[in-house]
Design a protein around this ligand. Structure first.
Ligand SMILES: CC(C)(COP(=O)(O)OP(=O)(O)OC[C@H]1O[C@@H](n2cnc3c(N)ncnc32)[C@H](O)[C@@H]1OP(=O)(O)O)[C@@H](O)C(=O)NCCC(=O)NCCS
Length: 295
């Protein structure tokens, strides 16, 4: 594939080089006002990342598009899935085909590596429809309030800044059972930690030091964002252990493992989930990707 601009250098798989990595940090800071350098305190960026970037003569990253491995469970089946993220082009370089070029390179790479499902989140679906992506509607599950009991599980608030808490969370993320058998990530450590650190309202609570609950509560509504552990407790067990008595419960992932009754409401997020690939047709029914797995 010829590069679209001869005065730019294409770099692939460049995260090992601290200078080029900082180029991407700056591009995403300038484009989305997010600081992905925070990942340094959690052990660095996702080692499965496949970044494709154009750099100018001063070493600035002017365009990037990355793929990464995001194994999923879809209707009980393990699926080799790829996520796409960090798509941005600096304003002065837009409209010249740089993004098209980088998307084509990333898609060719994941196709060659046998990925069966491609996923991305975007506020610009038209950009990706021409490559065969379609929008997957997401649904919040509003749960019937379960009967709470006195809990003998210890609930302990965790902090990402406490090294032993971080170690516990990372271990459980590695050993976890997917939060849903219908639609969930199997392994995704880096985005979970980054999402938790981006949003200070998210609470991470360890139950008996073998399950982490990611949640928020505004005094009335309880949002269950993720459950990380080798077994998934019921919604009643979780609420009893956290000692919250909400008026409304919103579950932000497919709730099939929570042993609860739900009604569905369309999720109106800022971005849309899009999919394509040979495993995409197996995705059926209402679902939601946990906000902790957003990328
Ligand atoms: C969106 C963005 C990456 C496009 O970069 P670019 O280098 O200008 O894109 P290209 O010139 O390679 O155009 C690629 C294709 O996308 C189309 N496109 C560009 N911007 C688009 C937009 N906002 N919505 C829909 N389609 C768009 C182009 O028409 C072109 O179509 P073609 O391949 O059929 O000719 C860039 O505008 C940007 O960084 N925006 C801010 C960050 C952002 O939104 N990133 C995407 C996150 S999902």
């Amino acid at each position: 594939m010829p590069g679209p601009a001869h005065d730019l250098t294409l770099r692939q798989d460049y995260f090992g080089d601290p200078t080029t990595w900082m180029g991407l940090v700056d591009l995403l800071q300038d484009t989305f006002s997010i600081d992905i350098s925070l990942q340094a305190q959690f052990g660095g960026p996702d080692p499965t990342s496949m970044p494709f970037g154009y750099f100018d003569d001063d070493g600035r990253c002017v365009a990037n598009f990355s793929a990464f491995s995001m194994p999923m469970i879809v209707n009980g089946q393990l699926v080799k899935a790829a996520g796409y993220q960090s798509g941005a082009v600096r304003p002065e370089w837009r409209g010249r085909g740089l993004y098209r070029d980088l998307m084509q390179r990333a898609f060719a790479r994941t196709a060659a590596e046998g990925y069966e499902l491609d996923l991305l989140l975007t506020d610009k679906p038209a950009l990706y429809e021409r490559y065969g992506f379609r929008i997957l509607p997401q649904h919040i599950s509003v749960a019937r309030i379960p009967k709470l009991q006195k809990s003998d599980l210890t609930a302990r608030q965790l902090s990402l800044e406490a090294p032993e808490d971080l170690r516990l969370i990372k271990r459980l993320l590695q050993e976890r059972q997917p939060v849903s058998a219908r639609f969930a990530v199997i392994r995704q450590t880096e985005m979970f930690l980054l999402n938790a650190s981006f949003n200070s309202a998210i609470r991470l609570t360890a139950l008996a030091d073998d399950t982490v609950i990611a949640w928020t509560f505004d005094g009335a509504t309880f949002w269950l964002l993720d459950v990380v552990g080798s077994a998934i407790p019921s919604l009643a067990t979780i609420l009893s252990a956290l000692e919250v008595e909400p008026e409304r419960i919103e579950i932000c992932f497919s709730p099939d493992r929570l042993d609860c009754e739900v009604s569905l409401e369309p999720y109106e997020g800022y971005t849309m989930l899009m999919v394509r690939g040979k495993a995409a047709d197996d995705i059926a029914g209402p679902l939601m990707l946990s906000p902790m797995a957003e990328f």
